[in-house]
Write a protein that binds this ligand. Structure first.
Ligand SMILES: *Cc1c(COP(=O)(O)O)cnc(C)c1O
Length: 422
């Protein structure tokens, strides 16, 4: 019996998060035994160059010595107290310094919790119910966010999962990413009933789609004009595309920001924060309730702090960006030589690869038309060559500071061989 078959006997679907099951690419998921630097080591004895990085957190590579040391030291002092610790203040101060739009912060344990809490806070602060989100963005799996655009009616959402009440769906408006005119139209009609916009300032959950010129500015302007809260979901992009996140890269100041992934350095930590006048509405200072038994967990804070201290080093993002660019240029060149149409994106340590001649990718509708069959062949071809990409065509990829010339070179060589076969 395979490890996956054994897991399926006890774990729903054999996995603790659906995309791990390889449903998008076929075959059985690999079981990871350990990881170090740019490499994963599987239970069946394979060594793989990893471009998933635990879906984003591992910007220093796996098992970074400083992070592991910090976590070990924290563990020796006790795992959880449910009372304040100094390291929570240290990580909070560090994040506020790196992202100046965050005046006050609250730690939570997952990105889902961060976005869910930020939306509740925006609703509580404004006294309004409606929220705007964009098709192709992912903000975790809380009920208000598992809503898609309804057919025809611009303003009436429908649940995208059974179990989400239709009554909630009517408060979520789903628009097309990068469609500033649609945002203006909704605000013209409903502006004073919109609590917030939540957006990935660079979309990383429909492969990688950057904002078009003026899109984020429009969101900022409309929210300011109508008293709505602008939430940048930087769970993925925070500390990934630039030290100050996408908000620094595009020079737009959101009212609230959600963080996760890198902020927890591979441990379950996430956060939301922003304007002090909004954050003061949170309990215990204010009436909007939010809490967590393990929030600010000392091991998670230690991993996050050690990670942020490492990425602050001068030149970190310059060399990470150059590495990512080297990979993407190499892949683009190899695809071109093989006559395979490929659209690519890269920023900081984040990249996108879409098999299409219809680039660059700016709309969800373009991504939805990409060649999935070719992606599946590419994914398995690369895996056979020892390269581990995200097992879905709709995910961004990640380069870490542990990826060196050797790893990038081996990846481009592998792709050169694989492109000939797909
Ligand atoms: C991963 C992700 C989330 C959800 O975070 P979890 O820790 O998986 O709950 C939310 N928003 C964005 C943009 C993400 O990439």
């Amino acid at each position: 019996m395979s490890l996956f078959e054994d897991a399926r006997k006890y774990i729903a679907g054999g996995v603790n998060s659906p995309v791990r099951a390889f449903a998008g690419v076929g075959g059985e998921p690999l079981f990871v035994k350990s990881a170090k630097g740019a490499y994963l080591y599987t239970e069946d004895g394979r060594q793989l160059i990893d471009y998933v990085g635990s879906w984003g957190p591992m910007i220093l590579g796996h098992a970074d010595a400083a992070v592991i040391k910090a976590v070990k030291k924290a563990a020796e002092s006790g795992l959880s107290f449910g009372a304040p610790t100094v390291i929570e203040t240290m990580l909070a101060r560090k994040i506020c310094q790196l992202m100046p739009s965050i005046e006050k912060i609250r730690m939570v344990s997952s990105g889902t919790e961060a976005t869910m809490s930020a939306i509740r806070l925006a609703r509580g602060f404004t006294g309004r119910d409606k929220i705007i989100k964009f098709e192709g963005c992912y903000h975790g799996h809380s009920d208000s966010l598992l809503i898609k655009a309804g057919s025809g009616a611009l303003t009436l959402g429908v649940p995208s999962s059974p179990g989400v009440p239709a009554g909630l769906a009517e408060h979520t408006i789903t628009l097309d990413y990068n469609d500033a005119d649609a945002v203006k139209a909704v605000f013209a009609e409903l502006g004073d009933s919109i609590a917030c916009i939540i957006v990935e300032p660079i979309a990383g959950n429909m492969n990688m789609v950057p904002p078009v010129e003026g899109f984020l500015e429009t969101l900022r302007n409309e929210c300011t004009a109508s008293g709505s809260v602008l939430i940048f979901d930087e769970v993925m992009t925070g500390f990934r595309v630039a030290l100050g996140g996408a908000q620094a890269a595009f020079d737009i100041k959101p009212d609230l920001t959600t963080l996760g992934k890198i902020a927890g350095g591979g441990m379950p930590a996430a956060a939301f924060g922003g304007r002090a006048d909004i954050m003061k509405h949170l309990a215990p200072e204010g009436p909007v309730y939010q809490a967590g038994t393990l929030s600010g967990n000392p091991l998670a804070m230690a991993a996050g702090l050690a990670t942020l201290q490492a990425i602050e080093r001068p030149g970190f993002y310059e060399s990470l960006s150059a590495r990512t660019r080297q990979l993407i240029d190499g892949l683009q060149g190899a695809a071109g030589a093989a006559g395979v149409p490929l659209s690519t994106e890269a920023m900081g340590g984040m990249f996108g690869l879409v098999f299409t001649a219809d680039g660059p990718m700016r709309r969800f509708s373009q991504i939805a038309k990409a060649d999935l069959d070719r992606f599946r062949k590419f994914f398995h071809g690369m895996l056979d060559q020892g390269i581990y990409l995200a097992p879905s065509a709709f995910e961004a990829g990640f380069v870490s500071s542990a990826h060196g010339d050797t790893e990038i070179g081996r990846t481009i060589d592998a792709a050169t061989r694989v492109f000939e076969t797909i």
